[in-house]
Every structure is written in C-alpha cells, then in structure tokens.
Design a binder for this molecule. Sequence first.
Ligand SMILES: [Zn+2]
Length: 447
Amino acid sequence: MSDKDQSPAIAITSCARKEALAQTLAVEVEARRDDLIDLTRDLIQIPTLNPPGDCYRDICDYLAKRLRNSGFTVELIRAHGTPGDCEQYPRWNVVARREGGAAGECVHFNSHIDVVDVGRGWTMDPFGGELKDGKIYGRGACDMKGGLAASIVAAEAFLAICPEFNGAIEISGTADEESGGFGGVAYLAQQGYFAPARVQHVIIPEPLNKDRICLGHRGVWWAEIETFGEIAHGSMPFLGDCAVRHMGAVVQEMEDSLFPALAQKRTDMPVVPEGAKQSTLNINSMHGGQAELPEGFTGLPSPVVPDSCRMVIDRRFLIEEDIDAVQEEVMQVLRSVEAKRDSFRYELTELHRVLPTMTQKTAPVVETVAKAIAQTLGKDAEYVVSPGTYDQKHIDRIGKLHNCIAYGPGILDLAHKPDEYVGVEDMIDSVNVMGRSLIDLLVQPEA
Ligand SMILES: [Zn+2]
C-alpha cells in the first residue's frame, strides 16, 4: 500500500511510530559506540591484502561468528576457479541472512573485505587499527572496513529494537573488489545471491561521505594497441621500420583529434570530482622495443630497430555514450594514421569493458536513504556518481538488480593513501542513517 492510499491519520501515526523508533535506535547506537570502534579495529587488524588475497578465510570466520551471535544464518562461499583463487589464496566470501517475523523485502549491505597494498609514507601502523583523536587508522579503515562495521552495528541495533520486522536483512563480506570483484560479488551474483527475487535493496557502504549517495559509475573500456615494424640494425634504421615511431604518430593523432573531442563531451551524471564529468582517456602504459634491462645489470642495450610497440589505454565513458562509438573513435584515430603513413600496421585488442550504471533518484533505496540522511544530519543528501567502477556493476549487470547504491562513512580521497582513517563520529552518523533506512523499509507502518 502506498502512502497515497492511506488515510492521513494512519500516515501520521506511522510517521510518528517510525520517528519514535529512530529515536530509540539513536540511543541504542550510542550505547554501541565502543563496540563499533572495537569491531572496526578488529577488522583492520586482519590484513586482507589484495593482491594476493591474504586472510580472506580469517576475516570471513570472524564475521561469521559475530553475525551468528546476532541471529543471522551464515554461509561461507568460496569462489572456486575465479581469477587468483588457489589453495594458497582461496577466494572466500561470507553471506549472512536474518529473517524477520513476517514477509517483506530484503535489504542487503555488501562490503568488500579486501584492502590494497600499504605503500610508503605511513606514520601509523597500517594494521594496528589505532584510535587517536576520534579517528581509527589503518589500511582499509575507510575503504571499507569502517563501512562494513557500521552496517553490522546498524543491523544489530535495529534488531535490538525491532526483532519482529518484515522481510530480511543480509550482510555480505566479499572478496577482490579492488581487483575487479570476479571472486566476490560477480561470483555471488552468478550464483543468484543478488537475484531480485531474493534481494530488493542493496547498500554498498563504500566511503562516499556520510551525507552523499552514490548512484553509480562511469563506464570503462580498456584496450591494447600494438603497432608493428621491422627489426634491423640500429645503425641502419632505414633498413627496418620503427614501431615506436608509428606509435608516436598514434599519440600525436590522439592529441590532435581525440583528446580535444573527449574534453567536449559532458555528462548530466553528477560525477565527482568535477574533472570526471567529461569523457577521459588515460595512456596507461607504453612499451616498445627491447625489454627494460634488469635492475643491477650494468651493460648496454644492443642496437635494434623495434618491431613492436604496445600501448594500453584506459577510456572512461559517460552514460550518454555508446561503447561501440567509444571503440569507433579509437579506430578512427588508427585509420587516420594509416592514411598518412606507409607501412603502418596495427592491432587493437579489447582488454576489459564495464558499461556505465546509474540508479534512478526515484528508486526506493535512494529515496529511503536520502530521507534518512535528511532526518539524521538535518541536511539534504548530495547525489554523486563515481569516476571509477565498484561492485555495483556486477549487481546491476549480472544480478539484474538495479535498486542499488553506495552509501557509507569515510572520506573517499583517503582511500588507498597512507594514514588512511575513518572518523568515529562519521561512522556513528552513518550507522543511524543505515538503521533509519532499515526502519523505513522493514517496519510495517500499521503495526
Ligand atoms: Zn572500496
């Protein structure tokens, strides 16, 4: 029954009831502050580095124990045969489900359990989970163990005040988001875990800031261009054909025609930061000729004309663009060079593609979380779209579940940086937003 069908009196009563529950929830959340901190620190202290995919089973076991204690039914699922999965580094995932007392919809919180390499420049212990001045430090603190902890505490606080809710709550911890998500969300989606018949609302607590809802992401097209030449002695380059010079012509053609054209394409998607509101292309790598000399080798290279040059490009495209047109633009660059250069030969190979995705602002999960942000923080939610992709792509494309957003605590700019942290106050606010969203979606108004 929609609000329009309700009499005004009932609508007011249900609002008042939900608001009263939200007030009780806030008290419940505050009482769990120390628990939230401890949980976040514990998760950071399990060094789930990817690559190679360390300690996935350890963190899944930790989460399984915690969620079983909170009344969830827990499954541990290994993504056999997915990239990187092996006996030494098995790709483990955990999916926990708690049914309510009556039929209703299922709200799923999905967090990735993996973290990226530590890198240099830390002043804190990357796996210490140290708490200092209201911030918890460590690799994965904001991306996204803080978000995972927040969703667990939100669900537990909700269950404490509404044990007999309608529908179900699911919490998953999934592998390999940082390396494409094939051993994580993609695998689970293939197994039906994100089928719309099972799950109706998905919130991914990536660190987008506590007042922002991330609706989706731009598309990705990676490709490798190889130019060919003819090997010859470096003292007589006229006897060969230099593949690197051919590639130089490709780059020049991109500078002259492609980059200016991409800069003209603007999207209506609310992509952040501002620079990513246009189409972009990164020349990811280029290599021509002999392999780099090994480190420590003190000899000289030998003189040869390179017969191959390879370049990897990373094109990020907008929801208004068609992927075939994106490829055609690059083909056009290559054909232009071909028309100008004798003996120009090339090969174009697609490496990876992800279509853009954007959940509508009118989708139920978006409206619910936006309302919860306004009520919790006293300000309107900001809608954003991510410049890069995340696991929503698999939920959208494989799961065919489009009612999905990213919402979670933490500052996106800190992700993957040294001294990454998540603020405790931000987490508390996000827990309240998530808990309010559960009240809104899973509590019967008439009860
Ligand atoms: Zn992340």
